[in-house]
Design a binder for this molecule. Structure first.
Ligand code: 5GP
Ligand code: ZN
Length: 115
């Protein structure tokens, strides 16, 4: 846990976050600047800076990010219409918060490729 990391602070509920799911390993909350009608960030509770920092042993928590995404897509009513999962890594990947997070985006058609 990093005191200077906004997502660590949301996980610990020290900073406000619209949390839609939480367990001992994973937290999911609505993006503060949504790019789609449904825009949820799914994060490991443990501070992992990004994909570039993943280690052997992290397979389970990474897999669970996707399982929680699938469950939330069903809860949000976008499982049938479809949705996009995005994971940005590093400066040119568009990562702005250096705590690993999976974006769940849906509720409108998604363009490809992204801008
Ligand atoms: P990235 O660009 O790193 O892939 O995505 C970071 C996301 O975090 C952005 O979509 C941004 O809107 C969101 N974000 C940044 N700060 C906060 C915050 O304090 N609260 C919430 N809920 N989302 C945030
Ligand atoms: Zn963090």
């Amino acid at each position: 846990m990093r005191d200077d990391c906004i997502f660590c602070r949301i996980v610990r509920q020290e900073a406000h976050g619209d949390i839609v799911y939480q367990d001992e390993e994973i937290t999911a909350f609505r993006d503060i600047n949504p790019k789609a009608p449904v825009h949820i960030l799914i994060v490991p509770n443990r501070h992992i800076p990004g994909v570039f920092a993943l280690q052997p042993g992290d397979e389970s928590v990474v897999g669970r990010l996707f399982l929680v995404a699938r469950q939330l897509a069903e809860q949000e009513g976008i499982a049938q219409s479809g949705y996009r999962l995005v994971l940005n890594s590093g400066p040119q990947g568009g990562q702005s918060v250096y705590h690993l997070h999976l974006h769940l985006l849906g509720g409108r058609p998604m363009r490809w490729p992204p801008g």
